[in-house]
Design a protein around this ligand. Structure first.
Ligand SMILES: Nc1nc2c(c(=O)[nH]1)N[C@H]1C(S)=C(S)[C@@H](COP(=O)(O)OP(=O)(O)OC[C@H]3O[C@@H](n4cnc5c(=O)[nH]c(N)nc54)[C@H](O)[C@@H]3O)O[C@H]1N2
Ligand SMILES: Nc1nc2c(c(=O)[nH]1)N[C@H]1C(S)=C(S)[C@@H](COP(=O)(O)OP(=O)(O)OC[C@H]3O[C@@H](n4cnc5c(=O)[nH]c(N)nc54)[C@H](O)[C@@H]3O)O[C@H]1N2
Ligand SMILES: [Mo]
Length: 777
């Protein structure tokens, strides 16, 4: 990095974790929590009898002895258990037009919402409303729609299995499959891509497999920030001598070096453990090329070995007995030229061959991946090429090997398992018919992109959101905001205030719910909920803190309240289900037999694993075989000019999706600001720019195909060790550059991680403060 001093930019030299992490938590806690609540809460995170950390979906070790320290888990918990409150008096003195001016950071930082609120247009304020009255008005508005398909029902992945199950039940009885879901922006490429490959849409590994693997490949995810407990797993593997190969355009500190707060010796001596043995800075969008290059190299090595009468490199027996499509894949990669692979990946042939060599020499391989793989126009193909790579050596369905999509929200996987899907299958529909005796809608509904398009075109008029911050999470910020303001009804079930709540409909409601950390008392006594992690482990979660306000209600209770008010002739006994969540679990088991003996099994500490057929080499495809699937070409956006830049949008260390905890991104050396774009020195120089310059970023190619100009201006260029030709900025700020129409055609996932852009010196006047605080402000 160049020597110029840029405010808030300072290279970070320490490992991930360590004292820096402890310090950051102390700061987060002192800002948010009353001490008593804090110490009680943190010690119950991810314990057999405590609550599930709302931070991420990484599984818990079997025997959690004492609390497993995780910086970002601690932030997530303290953010929810904060002592700050947003009371009716605050809403009364702050009209929505004023609240709108606050940054996203400031809005959520106001604290927990204490009362159900309804918007009053005459005063431009939210006013308290009784629960019954809110339900009555919501029910009336939903019933007033000429067609149930004119309403959208969003789910964010924090909702428990119990809440999500009741929600989909209500929505299906109401009569639509419009289920936009945060998964549509996240791992949908996995859920769509893997069933076609291997018959199961979930990861095939368990945490124990990491103790038995001989190599780990990490594509496009940042565990040091987004699933910090995974570093403990990677550290143990590294100490066993397992090579860890990282494919990522940015040098992520958590993938380089880690000091474990669980290990006092490391903390005291300042030692750290190396994580990645090899780090390849692939170009943004260059993963298909890298994967095809690795497979090309493996197939060539296999041919050479067999010609020389040596041990083959591929597992031919596995391929013969378990798969279809090998010959077509071999042809495809043979036809792909190294020159094109090098150009598209930004890696050299030697580097890719080295990666293939590590893969070939390991008996058992796990491939982990995250948003760097899925949020592309060819996200589904990316995932399928990873599956191909694993299938070549039978690295699936045996101990120590398999595919590991690292999910986002703590229950995003579970929500899908219990029926949050816009494309219900026959099993789901039959389960509902048999259990409840009503006819569920079978026509496919809207996913996230389709829901916003429907609203924009006036085909949908109501949005109910079970958590999340949909409008800010989606692409096309301005267009999405505009669309949301045309609704007749907006209902937000939420813990804290965010910008989506301020996009007013004719009638708007904010319904505050209990968080994971809080005690949930119903008619049948204190309740626990269940969640499913990234490795299909289902376990219970019970909060213990006194709720932030006596007016809060649980998500299942709120969903039931809306259902009763909307469906006068309902076939579901909502009060019984909400009185005791065991009854909800009994019903989940009736509709989804995979949950057999649900209540018994979830009471075993640590819970149980839902069966994933592919983990047992039971390929649940129509042909009962795994498929090698082809990806056309190597280029994501063939229209991108040769020397154009491709932008990826990433999370900082101080954020949880649209929730901004603070303005620092410690491991990347950024403090007090988010208005930065990471660029390679050569890409800066090629544009006559230098470190610290103010720049404007313009969308090009597919994102302006509709003739609309999309730009963000006045950002600061930061010289960074990122792959050449690739640039990065934070999410959600980058969403203004992406058009809603530009998404993966199979999964609908927006192309958040591959945005062709042009970057120029800013034409905005200089900003003396050098500090744009955060998104939308
Ligand atoms: N603290 C915290 N924890 C979280 C979240 C959070 O915001 N904060 N969010 C949660 C959610 S919902 C999710 S989905 C997960 C997200 O977890 P991640 O998948 O780690 O998400 P991102 O921050 O988007 O990081 C993607 C990584 O991919 C890399 N990358 C970008 N483009 C490409 C590419 O084209 N190819 C490759 N190979 N790599 C690329 C980036 O450099 C970055 O390291 O984390 C979950 N956990
Ligand atoms: N450019 C770009 N855009 C992206 C991404 C990206 O990498 N780049 N990532 C995408 C991904 S992976 C995802 S998952 C989406 C995230 O999209 P969402 O899931 O919609 O967004 P979150 O920011 O996780 O939602 C935060 C809000 O959830 C509410 N909340 C918090 N806890 C609870 C609770 O216990 N119950 C309820 N009911 N509400 C609660 C609070 O109001 C908080 O403001 O964003 C996507 N958008
Ligand atoms: Mo996500």
């Amino acid at each position: 990095m160049s020597d110029t001093k840029v405010p808030g930019i300072e290279p970070y030299d320490s490992p991930a974790g360590g004292w820096g992490a402890l310090g950051a938590v102390a700061r987060a806690l002192s800002g948010q929590m009353a001490i008593a609540r804090e110490s009680m809460a943190l010690h119950k995170v991810n314990q057999p009898t405590g609550f599930d950390c709302p931070g991420c979906a990484w599984p818990d070790p079997k025997e959690t002895s004492s609390f497993e320290f995780c910086e970002n888990g601690a932030k997530a918990v303290s953010w929810e258990a904060t002592a700050k409150r947003v009371r009716p008096e605050f809403f009364a003195s702050n009209p929505v037009s004023e609240l709108w001016k606050l940054s996203d950071y400031a809005l959520e930082g106001l604290g927990r919402i204490t009362h159900p609120m309804a918007y009053d247009a005459a005063t431009d304020t939210f006013k308290p409303v009784e629960w019954d009255e809110a339900f009555r008005r919501i029910g009336a508005a939903l019933r007033a729609l000429p067609d149930p398909n004119m309403a959208e029902f969003y789910t964010s992945g924090r909702a428990s299995n119990e809440a999500a199950f009741l929600y989909q039940l209500f929505v299906r009885e109401y009569g639509t499959n419009n289920f936009p879901d945060c998964s549509n922006m996240c791992h949908e490429a996995t859920s769509v891509g893997l069933p076609r490959s291997v018959g199961s849409g979930k990861g095939t590994v368990t945490l124990e497999d990491f103790d038995h693997c001989d190599a780990i490949f990490s594509f496009g995810h940042n565990p040091g920030t987004n699933h910090p407990r995974m570093l403990t797993t990677l550290r143990a593997a590294s100490l066993r001598g397992v090579p860890i190969v990282v494919i990522n355009p940015l040098p992520e500190r958590g993938l380089e070096r880690f000091t474990s707060p669980q290990h006092p010796a490391e903390m005291l001596t300042g030692k750290s453990t190396r994580i990645a043995s090899t780090y390849y800075k692939v170009k943004v969008g260059g993963d298909i090329a890298t994967l095809k290059g690795m497979m090309k190299s493996l197939i060539a090595a296999d041919e050479r070995a067999r010609d020389a009468g040596e041990e083959p490199v591929l597992d031919h027996e596995f391929i013969r007995d378990n798969t279809l499509g090998f010959d077509a894949l071999a042809d495809d990669v043979r036809r792909t030229e190294w020159a094109d692979i090098e150009r598209a990946s930004g890696l050299t042939r030697a580097e890719i061959e080295h990666a293939a060599d590590i893969y070939a020499h390991a008996k058992n391989v796990i491939v982990c991946y995250g948003m760097g793989i899925t949020q592309h126009k060819h996200g589904t193909e990316n995932v399928q090429q990873i599956a191909n790579l694993l299938l070549l050596r039978g690295n699936m369905g045996r101990q120590g090997a398999g595919i590991c999509p690292v999910r986002g929200h703590s229950n995003v996987q579970g929500d899908r398992t219990v029926g949050i899907t816009e494309k219900p299958n026959a099993e789901l529909n039959d389960g509902i018919r048999k259990t409840y005796g009503f006819e569920p809608p079978t026509a496919h509904g809207h996913d996230a992109v389709a829901s916003i398009l429907a609203i924009r075109e006036g085909r949908s008029k109501a949005m109910v959101a079970l958590g999340g911050n949909l409008a800010v999470a989606m692409p096309d910020t301005e267009e999405t905001f505009e669309a949301m303001r045309t609704l007749d009804l907006a209902v937000h079930i939420t813990t804290k205030l965010n910008r989506s709540h301020l996009l007013l409909a004719k009638e708007s409601f904010i319904l505050p719910c209990l968080g994971r950390t809080e005690l949930d008392e119903q008619a049948g006594g204190p309740q626990s909920v269940t969640v499913e992690d990234s490795m299909s482990m289902v376990h219970a979660s019970a909060g213990s803190l006194t709720p932030a306000s006596e007016h809060l209600r649980s998500e299942p209770w709120i969903v039931a309240g809306i259902a009763k008010a909307t469906l006068p002739a309902t076939k579901v006994d909502w009060d019984r289900l909400v009185g005791n969540y065991d009854f909800i679990r009994d019903d989940i088991e009736k509709v989804f037999p995979i949950f057999f003996d649900f209540n018994e099994r979830v009471r075993v500490p640590g819970g149980f694993r839902l069966r994933v057929a592919a983990s047992e080499r039971d390929w649940a495809t129509p042909e009962k075989r795994a498929h090698f699937l082809l990806a056309p070409g190597l280029d994501e956006d063939p229209g991108t000019p040769k020397n154009g830049l491709v932008l990826t949008t990433i999370r900082s260390h101080d954020q949880y999706n649209t929730t901004i905890y603070g303005l620092n991104d410690r491991y990347r050396g950024v403090s007090g600001r988010r208005d930065v774009v990471f660029m390679h020195e050569k890409d800066l120089a090629a544009r006559g720019l230098k470190h610290g310059d103010r720049i404007d970023i313009f969308a090009t190619g597919a994102n302006v195909a509709d003739g609309r100009q999309r730009a963000v201006r006045g950002y600061t260029a930061v010289a960074y060790d990122i792959a050449e030709g690739s640039v990065a900025m934070y999410f959600p700020e980058g969403n203004a550059l992406i058009s809603l129409e530009n998404h993966d055609s199979h999964s609908g996932t927006p192309t958040y991680k591959s945005v062709p852009v042009r970057i120029e010196a800013s034409t905005l006047p200089p900003d003396p403060s050098h500090r744009r605080k955060t998104a939308h402000a």
